[in-house]
Design a protein around this ligand. Sequence first.
Ligand SMILES: CC(C)(COP(=O)(O)OP(=O)(O)OC[C@H]1O[C@@H](n2cnc3c(N)ncnc32)[C@H](O)[C@@H]1OP(=O)(O)O)[C@@H](O)C(=O)NCCC(=O)NCCSC(=O)CCC(=O)c1ccccc1C(=O)O
Length: 263
Amino acid sequence: MDYEDILYDEKNGVATITINRPKVYNAFRPRTCVELIDAFLKAGWNEEIGAIVLTGAGNKAFCTGGDQSDHDGTYGDGETRGTIGMPVEELHTVIRDVPKPVIAKVRGYAIGGGNVLATLCDMTIAGESAIFGQVGPKMGSVDPGFGTAYLARVVGEKKAREIWYMCRRYPAREALAMGLANAVVPDDKLDEEVDAWCAELVERSPTAIAIAKKSFNADSDNIRGIGGLGMQALRLYYNSAESKEGVNALNEKRKPEFRKHMK
Ligand SMILES: CC(C)(COP(=O)(O)OP(=O)(O)OC[C@H]1O[C@@H](n2cnc3c(N)ncnc32)[C@H](O)[C@@H]1OP(=O)(O)O)[C@@H](O)C(=O)NCCC(=O)NCCSC(=O)CCC(=O)c1ccccc1C(=O)O
């Protein structure tokens, strides 16, 4: 498939997938998700590839989640895919299912659905500029599957609830302390650091890593079912006045008034 929203590169046994929408801080639209799924499958089943890096173009953001200026819900020739009109659950699944370690290389913001993507990657290496956080309850959204329940496995229940309910931003060093990142380095050393981790991974036994990854996943795979159910609820929520108020307020750069739109 031809890519419009992402870049794909293979070098030294490492596939790098870059979300290339810097004008919207690498927010994803339905087409971006479809392309990412395609790229993960391509890298994931290529026996020459020993590690996959997911990153964002530019230095402002890794990814800021769903593109709030594009709620059309279609890609290509008006096709739709996924419970919410965007195959996010399919994207989450493929990141977990590919039998290769996936590293999130984070510069700038990893916010909303972008933070969920970073959380789902096997490991996260951040530049000092990285800022992590969820914004759903501030703008009328929520991730009812891996973004909540799996986040709790990563940072613990109390912290995950704080992250979701309070919608605060967490700089790289705080993310490291809570286990959301594996390493933090100065931004100008980030590429070098990720390359070094990948070079080590490429030397490891691919089958041992694939089995380890599936084994780690087995313990949290029930979240996929919860997520599938939750996405059906999310579809209804997105059609509510309360959720629409959040998106409108974000686009109009004003404070949302959720309680006025609850019924
Ligand atoms: C990330 C910020 C905190 C950065 O703030 P700041 O440094 O002040 O920069 P800004 O001036 O705000 O942003 C620069 C520029 O980028 C645009 N932008 C940033 N993020 C997005 C985005 N997510 N979508 C669209 N555009 C974005 C911003 O508008 C600016 O453009 P200008 O032209 O210069 O004005 C801050 O930007 C921020 O808070 N961003 C929004 C984060 C957010 O709300 N993310 C969504 C979370 S919910 C989610 O991910 C679920 C999926 C979803 O909602 C969805 C999306 C698309 C279709 C369907 C759905 C769905 O129904 O699920």
